[in-house]
Design a protein around this ligand. Structure first.
Ligand code: SF4
Length: 128
């Protein structure tokens, strides 16, 4: 049996595969979904950040948790962190939804959890 040597010039060097969210660079392991914190519900208790330390941090300006990376901890550890959340505001979402969810959060005027509420102008006048 002989092989036609011209076959080597017809084969594609690299097969392009559409990203599907299962790439290791997106999840550290083959994971189909991304972890996302609904910061509008988060109460800043920090439980999740103490469990999955490479995934969640408390955002310094608002005092609410945020998932800063998708490949920092194992799926099991992230799931454990999700289980500690007292208000169930951590979710698995498709990777494609992350930008949209982030944009919706940015459009909200969230209260800073790390500072006392601002005193209204009317009350400031009374104090003087
Ligand atoms: S456990 Fe839930 S409520 Fe507490 S900081 Fe994390 S996301 Fe926020």
């Amino acid at each position: 049996m002989s092989i036609d040597p011209s076959v080597a010039f017809k084969a594609r060097a690299q097969v392009f595969i559409e990203p599907n969210g299962k790439e290791p660079c997106l999840g550290g392991q083959l994971r189909e979904q991304a972890v996302w914190v609904d910061e509008s519900i988060c109460i800043g208790c920090r439980y999740c950040a103490h469990v999955a330390t490479n995934t969640f941090v408390i955002e310094p300006d608002l005092g609410r948790s945020r998932a800063i990376r998708q490949d920092g901890d194992s799926t099991e550890l992230i799931q454990e962190a999700i289980g500690t959340c007292p208000v169930n505001c951590i979710h698995w979402v498709p990777f494609e939804q992350l930008d949209d969810l982030r944009a919706r959060l940015d459009a909200l005027d969230l209260q800073d959890l790390g500072k006392l509420p601002q005193v209204s102008r009317r009350n400031q006048r009374r104090v003087k």
